[in-house]
Design a protein around this ligand. Sequence first.
Ligand code: ADP
Length: 463
Amino acid sequence: MKFMRSLREQISLSILLVVLGTVALVSLLANLFINRQFEEYITEQEKTRSENIVSDLSGQYNGLTRSWSADYLHTIGMYSLYDGYILKVYNSEGDVVWDAENHDMSLCGQVMDDISARMGKSKNSGGFVAHSYDISQGGKKIGAVSINYYGPYFFSESDFQFISALNAVLVVISVFAFLFSIAAGWLLARRIARPISKTAEIAKQISRGNYNIRFESETKIRELKDLVSAINSLASALDEQKNLRKRLTTDVAHELRTPLTAVGSHLEAMIERIWDVTPERLQSCHEEIVRLGKLVADLGRLAEIESDNLKLHKSSVDLPEIVRAVCDAMEMEFKKKKQSLSISGRALIVEADKDRIRQVITNLLSNAVKYTPENGNISITVTDSGKSGVIKVQDDGIGIPENELPIIFERFYRTDKSRNRKTGGAGIGLAIVKSIVTAHGGTVEVSSLNGQGSCFTVALPKP
Ligand code: ADP
């Protein structure tokens, strides 16, 4: 396995890299920029200084006596020397009047060494250079001075301290940034990592079959909240599925057991001659077996429709035409219960699987017949809602209690009334209707008033 990093390490590391990168960039730019400005300032400074030296020196010449004031020359020379300017003053004949090196060779050497050492540290590629300037008085040349200093520029002691302090501040900032990024990374990671690892833990529990588990997260991060609620709804969906599966198995077992027990006990009684074999008893057994066969066929059909690979063979279907065909086929059933049937609707084409839609209408109509007493009224209408073709099957039968409306489409669901009436259904018809309509991208709804009839509305999208 490849080397794995925890989220906390990853976040800390990323923040650290970003912060350090920024600090490094800031330091680099600040140094470059400040040094450049500083260089310009100091180069300018040196120029002014040289000019000042020249004018100061010119003031020390007495034109009348044609002589230099030796004391002042010495003072100017020494001041300049301490500041890093090594002077050599000549008179108009070119003779040396004052020479710093002559005066104090060792001090000159030390000043030069100090400056070279400082500038060496600042990676300046300069060296000592000598510039000569004429000294004049009233427009007349009275001498010259050679100024020897570190060029193109050099830092005085205080300049150098300033630069060093600046760099020290940047180093301190880097250290703080380092500590800050570790702390921030740690805090942030804790906020993100906690809910994630908790969610991972829940997902593990779910994979072990523990579907009851739910997790409330305090996180304010939207994506994490979504993740947590996705896991929660996954758990509840699986929970529901598990319950449904359980109920399905119990229901199937129950549905099969009742007729099997009845047939079994009837046959046993006849074999043991407790009962005489009469055509009525055989007929009753046969009816039970037919019912069983129907149930198994219904189950098979439902399984086929609910399986993911339900193939719809779609074609252009005229809804009123199918409705009429189904009604014709069921005519006998309406007649048996003396129910009246009204059909209305104009030609309306949808793209659908003809046989499956026929099945939907048949199931709805046979429910209407089953749950409507004799002499009741059933109507079926086809309308166009613009987007969909709508089929409405309405009856004035026993109706459905309001609290049971949301669940009648579930497999094996039968209202108590219909169980009592022994209508023969197994509670699969509406589940089949729902599956077929959903597979077509349509919807099925029911409205009903208990005791006053029901209305089922199927909407199928138009092409
Ligand atoms: P069944 O085979 O029991 O009719 P369905 O899935 O077709 O199964 O219907 C489920 C239940 O919904 C029925 O048992 C019945 O209680 C109720 N139901 C369906 N259609 C109607 C209706 N038109 N009027 C009253 N109740 C109905």
